[in-house]
Design a protein around this ligand. Structure first.
Ligand SMILES: Nc1nc2c(c(=O)[nH]1)N[C@H]1C(S)=C(S)[C@@H](COP(=O)(O)O)O[C@H]1N2
Ligand SMILES: [Mo]
Length: 315
């Protein structure tokens, strides 16, 4: 009989038992206790297995981990690209981490991470990630469709939008004045966008739990929209009848629309969106310039959400 050694097991052979075990390890790490005796404190990542599924950015190189974890935006921890990686690791996410889901729903709920992780199997998805500031990365995220969480509460017939909010601790984070945007950080999606299978509720990247600077312990990734829609460290979700106020839209509506679908044809007031710098390619400390794709290359999946809409007006 052929006996496979563990290292030969591919993603497709990861069993529900593996996922369960890794969930437990994930919870141990996120709860701030030392994980399985290996001395992994909560600010560090712990291993997280997931099955690789569809929707992967085909043929594109994955951005080196050190770039994706050290060059990004998390304004609560500083407005410079290197500041989240410097300042966020000191932050201690509250334990247990909970998400409150309320608003236009029949059954409001507060779920902790343990309950959330039981809702659906974890998947690894390699997504293109395009910041409105015209840099991009390709990241193997780990999570499951946001819809699996949203289905837990029954939206009323009035619910048309979903609003998301990041945790905010003024003692450990910048003030709104220092950050230049309203805090708590807020984002939103139309209900059908939020239910789209590409919208990922994300708990890990590169095979491990999220680091604080990337939005630990749980964030959104909405790959067909500019990066700022992918809100980090979520504590509250509200179903609403009206379009919610969102942080960047509120600070500069002419530049940052509610939809903010990646659109090379619609310029930011200060720069073109036709091209992007793909970080980590083209040599050390440089980047490859590539053409930006409509909907960040996910048009085949999402264009139908916007049928009949003028995307220059609804930017
Ligand atoms: N709470 C919060 N979420 C946030 C941000 C932020 O400042 N605060 N920045 C956004 C922006 S502009 C981008 S490009 C991504 C960058 O981080 P990532 O590379 O980990 O996705 O996070 C998004 N989510
Ligand atoms: Mo961004």
């Amino acid at each position: 009989m052929l006996i496979r050694k563990p290292p030969e097991l591919g993603y497709s052979q990861v069993t529900p038992k593996n996922l369960y075990l890794n969930r437990r390890r994930f919870l141990a790490a996120s709860a701030g206790v030392l994980a399985a005796g290996c001395g992994i404190p909560s600010a560090r990542a712990a291993k997280l297995n997931a099955a690789k599924t569809s929707f992967n950015a085909d043929g594109e190189k994955i951005t080196p981990l050190n770039i994706a974890t050290s060059y990004n935006n998390y304004y609560e921890f500083g407005t410079g690209k290197d500041e989240p990686a410097k300042n966020a690791p000191k932050w201690r996410p509250s334990t247990p981490w909970t998400i409150r889901i309320e608003g236009e729903v029949l059954q409001p709920k507060t779920l902790d991470l343990d309950q959330i992780l039981k809702l659906a199997p974890l998947e690894e998805r390699i997504y293109r990630h395009r910041c409105v500031e015209a840099w991009s990365i390709v990241v193997p995220w780990i999570g499951f469709p946001l819809s699996a969480l949203l289905k837990q509460v029954q939206p009323t017939g009035k619910a048309k939008f979903v609003a998301f909010e990041t945790s905010y601790d003024p003692k450990q984070m910048l003030s709104p004045r220092q950050a230049g945007i309203q805090l708590p950080y807020a984002e939103g999606l139309r209900l059908d966008e939020a239910m789209h299978p590409l919208a990922l509720l994300t708990v890990g990247m590169y095979g491990e739990t999220l680091l604080n600077q990337n939005g630990a312990p749980v964030r959104l990734v909405v790959p067909w929209k500019y990066g700022f829609k992918s809100i980090k460290s979520i504590v509250r979700i509200r179903f609403l009848e009206k379009q919610p106020v969102t942080a960047w839209n509120q600070s500069w509506p002419a530049a940052y629309g509610f939809y903010s679908n990646v659109n090379p044809g619609r310029e930011h007031p200060n720069w073109s969106q036709a091209e992007e710098q793909r970080l980590g390619e083209g040599g050390l400390f440089s980047a490859k310039i590539i053409k930006t794709q409509m909907f960040n290359g996910y048009g085949e999946q999402v264009a139908k959400l916007y049928a009949g809409m003028d995307l220059t007006r609804n930017y």
